[in-house]
Design a protein around this ligand. Sequence first.
Ligand SMILES: [Zn+2]
Length: 192
Amino acid sequence: MSIKIDSRTDALIMVDVQRDFCPGGALPVPEGDQVVPAINRVLGLASWLSVATRDWHPPDHCSFKARGGIWPVHCVAETSGAAFHPGLDAKKMRRIVSKATMKQAEAYSGFQGTELAGFLKGRGIRRVFVCGLATDYCVKATALDAKRAGFDVIILEDAIRGVEVHPGDCRKAVEEMQAAGIGSTKTTDLAV
Ligand SMILES: [Zn+2]
């Protein structure tokens, strides 16, 4: 069943489609780059509000192993690894939201410590479509926070990929989002 995009009240949130999260990067998500063609297709479907979040860490961020965190060094602000995937249609991004920019605080969600909720509400947005990386971390956290902030939320299931630190993490993340009332669809089912 197709879902009709209303460019006045719908927005697209692209979570962390950055080089370090793609194959060859510092913290690669398997097949992470494969979300790019699907995202470009939905970016071009309508003239709608699109927001790209990005991990934008200081070099000594608390999530890094050297600082007691669980991740290798990744997405350090202003480095090539923190850049968006070069295949992403960057000129169609209307807004970039940087997160986890302070060394003491981790932020998986694009809403955590940012102005994203107020920005979207100020533009009259009521529903958000969420895609990007990684399903079991930043996509999940961003989608759940969007729901808590009062938006209707739909995951684009063919435009997300997960890390799977533990097998089954992606499936659990999807179930958790569904339990929170978040819908899902495929990019090929979006229409204008
Ligand atoms: Zn990070």
